[in-house]
Design a protein. Sequence first.
Length: 124
Amino acid sequence: MKSIRNRLTIWLLSGLGILWLAASAGIYVSVRHSLLKSIDAELAVDSRILRFAARGDDDADDQQRPGRLQDRTPDYDDSDGDAFFQLWQTDGTPSSKSASLGDLDLLFPGSAVRPEPVFSNQIL
């Protein structure tokens, strides 16, 4: 014969386990979502800087502002660095890339020209 205490203990532990798993899943999804949004925001800022730096300054004196893209974005100039970028022309030919990429090339994200930057995960 099963006692009420044993049944109650099993039901309470099972219920608390299910609640714990649901809360853990909710926290995981929430934190992952906020981290991805944070990373996307940082990438968007970097893409604006790179877009500005790649455009260059025709009006500026060469002595006042650096002309090379790597001079304007020193974070990407380290050959052992872990930050990468690559810029393409509208036809898909590479126009510029970070020194941290070395001889590697990133995959072209698509043929459509978009006003907003395109982020993708790639394996180097």
